[in-house]
Design a protein around this ligand. Structure first.
Ligand SMILES: C[S@@+](CC[C@H](N)C(=O)[O-])C[C@H]1O[C@@H](n2cnc3c(N)ncnc32)[C@H](O)[C@@H]1O
Length: 292
């Protein structure tokens, strides 16, 4: 039997019984893999001890889930996508095909992230991109993530010595962000704020670096980003656009919001991944320098 977890809940708090998966171990010779049980190699993603599949056929989904559970891989839960990512909180519904908990601890680039996929957004596919950005962070800089989730940009930035602020509308995500700051030993350098980033007080003219990972509507938050930016600030602006001009609309929106108060320089036009046929998920790394 499958159960569908709702995608939205403002009230549910993280449970204290999270498992503690470790970095995905290499497959040992002689281990039974899902393909040994199925006769084909199924496609799935791993998030801590959760395996995520994307199957329309219920029978095939169950067969894959059973094989994942019966294999020697350290998998405790198998879920199937049950809806697109939706709503302001960018969460999706899941059919839980095997196991019980949708909470796990996922590890990437030396950081551990506790999270519940039924409560918060998290994409393991963006690990390399997050590393590209956080690798640029310098000790002592003031780093602000306007849409922080459970902290996959904030925690590595804090580990590099930045003073970090992470804001998110999703209270459950912010609670995980606090816990992840503690788990990774950077709670002294992380301030986690629950609420609409447009209503945050006390950080005007503050940031040396801003991350804006809300690709479908980041342009609506550019006025806020400009208010938060210090005299010299890099903005990592995520966007999803048609492949004929993936960077143009974002650059125009940033210039419209920041000029003439700031000089705007696009430092990098980075193609992150394909999002849909003819649609690209891109990142603009843009420096704002206050005009004299
Ligand atoms: C695409 S997710 C990115 C989360 C995280 N940065 C990551 O990479 O995993 C966007 C996040 O923005 C949050 N969000 C949406 N509208 C917001 C707002 N007005 N103010 C603050 N956070 C918001 C959502 O709750 C969601 O967690």
């Amino acid at each position: 039997m499958t159960s569908t977890f709702p995608s939205r809940s403002h009230s549910t708090r993280p449970r204290s019984t999270a498992n503690s998966s470790t970095e995905t171990p290499p497959v040992r010779e002689g281990q039974t893999l899902p393909k040994d049980l199925l006769g084909f190699d199924p496609s799935y993603e791993r998030l801590g001890e959760i395996a995520i599949i994307d199957e329309d056929d219920d029978e095939r989904a169950k067969e894959i889930a059973d094989a994942l559970m019966d294999s020697d891989l350290p998998i405790g839960t198998v879920v199937n996508r049950a809806s697109p990512i939706e709503g302001e909180l960018r969460v999706r519904n899941w059919d839980v095909l095997a196991g019980k908990t949708t909470e796990t601890v996922h590890r990437e680039y030396g950081c551990a992230f506790e999270l519940d996929i039924a409560e918060v957004f998290f994409s393991p596919r963006l690990a390399t991109e997050r590393h590209r950005v956080t690798d640029q962070v310098e000790s002592g800089e003031q780093f602000l993530d306007m849409f922080a989730g459970v902290g996959p940009f904030v925690i590595p930035a804090a580990k590099r010595g930045a003073e970090c602020v992470g804001v998110d509308l999703n209270e459950a995500a912010v609670e995980y962000l606090r816990r992840n700051a503690e788990r990774n030993g950077v709670e002294d350098r992380v301030t986690a704020i629950a609420g609409d980033v447009r209503a945050v007080d006390g950080y005007d003219d503050w940031a040396d670096r801003i991350v804006m990972n809300l690709p479908h509507s980041a342009d609506e938050f550019l006025d806020t980003a400009v208010e938060l930016a210090g005299d010299d600030c890099v903005i990592h602006y995520y966007d999803i656009q048609h492949d004929t001009d993936p960077f143009g609309p974002g650059e125009a929106a940033i210039r419209a919001a920041a000029e003439p108060a700031y000089e705007v320089t696009v430092e990098t036009r980075h193609d992150v991944r394909s999002y849909a046929p003819h649609e690209r998920n891109v990142c603009l790394d843009v420096r704002l320098r206050r005009s004299r």
